[in-house]
Design a protein around this ligand. Structure first.
Ligand code: E4P
Length: 214
């Protein structure tokens, strides 16, 4: 399973890379707005430290505007993926960009129907949001499982990025149902490494080591 890091913060990305846990990066307008640099500079800096796919999101609401933004963003680096919202205009943009060989990530996916349309349009990646579904009382992981089945049934090549991850359990559940990728906040990457019995075991080993007589 591939791990992407869900942040626009370069320090977090560098720390994740040092851990060997960053196969790619996803950003969105809200994450970019937290950083104190121009959008293109943020994306360019990220592409200098990550070889894998780096998603940068467009903000136009019409297909032609999305495509124009995408063409500019795609010039930043070879590993840029254009994040496109799951609306009808977005599907048109995905089809046009796919024909030009520009990779896309269809975002804000909340149903199997939307995931099916995104794959048919030729999306390279599709991002269903599990945490936001859980927030409204709809089990997010059920959606991932359904999309895995649908894509397997028809051999769609779009990779499933489980997004809006809030906990280590989201990551494990995504792996269990066979999602291709989880895009994970830095905090959750660290939580994945932790277990209280590991800490307790380390404490005991070090205490015993100090007590040794030779
Ligand atoms: C996905 O690519 C999005 O950036 C992200 O996962 C959204 O997560 P949130 O629901 O925590 O904002």
């Amino acid at each position: 399973m591939k791990f992407f890091i869900d942040t626009a913060n370069l320090d977090e990305i560098k720390k994740g890379v040092a851990m060997g846990m960053v196969d790619g990066v996803t950003t969105n307008p809200s994450l970019v707005a937290k950083e104190d640099k121009p959008f293109e500079e943020i994306i360019s800096d990220i592409c200098k430290v990550v070889d894998g796919p780096v998603s940068a999101e467009v903000v136009s609401l019409e297909a032609d505007g999305m495509v124009a933004e995408a063409r500019e963003l795609a010039k930043i680096a070879d590993n840029i993926v254009i994040k496109i919202p799951m609306i009808v205009e977005g599907l048109k943009a995905v089809k046009m960009l796919s024909a030009e060989g520009i990779k896309t990530n269809v975002t804000l996916v909340f149903s199997s129907a939307q995931a099916l349309l995104a794959a048919k349009a030729g999306a390279s990646f599709v991002s269903p949001f599990v945490g936001r579904l859980d927030d409204i009382g709809t089990p997010g992981l059920d959606l991932i499982s359904d999309i895995v089945t649908i894509y397997d049934n028809y051999g769609y090549q779009s990779e499933i990025i489980v997004a809006s991850i809030r906990s280590p359990q989201h990551v494990v559940d995504s792996a269990l149902v066979g999602a291709d990728i989880a895009t994970i906040p830095f905090k959750v990457i660290n939580q994945l490494a932790k277990h209280p019995l590991t800490d307790k075991g380390m404490e005991q080993f070090l205490a015993d080591w100090e007590k040794r007589t030779r």
